[in-house]
Design a protein around this ligand. Structure first.
Ligand code: S3P
Length: 421
């Protein structure tokens, strides 16, 4: 993809539905009793990976003529080989489900997902009673022989909503009360959805407890716009002079809005209006205008609330006056690419003053970026962040492997063109 500098951005962007919530709505919906309906699921390949894995496991998921997805509970079947594609959430959350199913199932993924750590779910799920074999280094493919589970109390050593959710999903099928205690809270969509589906979930500070044997009740789930997709347009509108964008019905769950808070603190003009909620999830419309930014410090306690937004925050930081430091973000190295290496390597090629740290990076700005050849490294969020960097640069930016954007936001370039025109 060739990206040209932008003059200004104006108009409305309806971002796709929240990927994290949609995965959960389908997986937990497949475990529910009754007619479960999911509205506003995003079109990307990642969610399709969850749909096709669940279908292989025997779930009934059909698109209705109005675009909503109908999920009906069926008996799950094992003995299958399922493919999570590029999606970590699919592989990890479905491991929680498979831990409770009798029989053996193998989960595999693409080259990127095969490189990502699975030991973080293998360990607690094995402790609960599942029998799990992994490829060397605790990687995919993994084979899970599930069965009777017992509840555990677990303190995940890494802050991860995927790990927490895998354990809670297994906990639904376990004997006793399963407890996950987080050091730093991560996105709580699983807890909110379970509560909305009549499963008693007890939350006490950073401890989440779930009683085994509760069957979720089917619901009508309306998915808010994905803040992680909106973030690219938010930063574009802040950084391209003369811009103003309107992003309706975006999820603003406080465990996800770290990037909005940080950008506001950096001086960005971002307003949240028309507050409402979809089931248990808060939403709002975002109004964002171009603004002058100053550097900031982002420490470990903030990281889970903006983990997926760090590539685009880095782009914003190149336009900010002074230094921006990100630390406590080593998890970035285990995403769809090593995002610290990807961000630093690509932004350096465009002339940014940026240095990698083991657990983050330091950026000094402002810098007028220069168009160059960069690569997504097969990572959708890197590709979208570099596209926005290209809008701010002089000359053309050539993004290699930009088609990977289809895993989360297939209409990204089309939406960008609509507001650039
Ligand atoms: C997600 C949790 C985060 C996030 C990922 C989606 C989820 O991953 O980076 O894009 O839906 O639970 P970790 O749980 O690995 O932090």
């Amino acid at each position: 993809m060739l990206v040209q500098p932008a003059e200004r951005l104006r108009g409305t962007v309806r971002v796709p539905g929240d990927k994290s919530i949609a995965h959960r709505a389908l997986i937990i919906g497949s475990m529910a009793k009754g007619k479960h309906v999911v509205e506003g699921a995003p079109a990307g390949a990642d969610l399709y990976s969850t749909v096709s894995c669940l279908r292989s496991l025997g779930a009934f998921i059909e698109e209705m003529p109005d675009g909503r997805l109908l999920v009906l509970s069926k008996e799950f079947v094992s003995g299958k080989h399922i493919d999570a594609g590029n999606s970590g959430t699919t592989a990890r959350l479905l491991s929680g489900l498979l831990a409770g199913l009798p029989g053996e199932t193998t989960i595999d993924g693409d080259e990127s997902l095969r490189g990502r750590p699975m030991d973080r779910i293998v360990e607690p799920l094995s402790q609960m009673g599942a029998d799990i074999a992994t490829a060397p280094g605790g990687r995919l493919p993994i084979t899970i022989r599930g069965g009777r589970l017992k509840a555990i109390s677990h303190q995940p050593p890494v802050a991860s909503a995927q790990v927490k959710s895998a354990i809670l999903i297994a906990g639904l099928m376990a004997e006793g009360i399963t407890v996950v205690e987080e050091r730093v809270p991560t996105r709580d969509h699983t807890e909110r959805l379970l509560a909305a589906m009549a499963v008693p979930v007890e939350i006490d500070g950073h401890k989440i407890a779930i009683r085994g044997g509760s069957v979720p009740r089917a619901a009508q789930v309306k998915i808010p716009g994905d803040l992680s997709s909106a973030a690219f347009f938010v930063v574009a509108s802040v950084c391209v002079p003369g811009s103003e964008l309107y992003l309706p019905t975006v999820g603003i769950n406080p465990t996800r809005t770290g990037a909005i808070r940080v950008l506001q603190e950096m001086g960005a003009s971002i307003e949240l209006i028309n507050h409402a909620s979809f089931l248990e999830e808060p939403i709002a419309d975002i109004v964002v205008k171009s603004s002058e930014l100053r550097g900031t410090t982002i420490g470990h306690e903030l990281i889970p609330s903006l983990i997926d937004e760090l590539p685009i925050i880095a782009v914003a930081a190149t336009q900010a006056e002074g230094e921006t430091t990100v630390s406590g973000a080593k998890e970035l190295r285990y995403k769809e690419s090593d995002r610290i290496a990807a961000i630093v390597g690509n932004l350096k090629r465009m002339g940014a003053d940026i240095e990698a740290r083991d657990d983050g990076f330091v950026i000094r700005g402002p810098t007028r970026l220069k168009g160059n050849k960069v690569s997504s490294l097969g990572d959708h969020r890197v590709a979208m962040a570099m596209t926005i960097a290209g809008l701010l640069a002089t000359g053309q930016t050539h993004i290699e492997r930009s088609d990977i954007i289809g895993v989360s936001y297939p209409s990204f370039f089309k939406d960008l063109q609509t507001v650039s025109g």
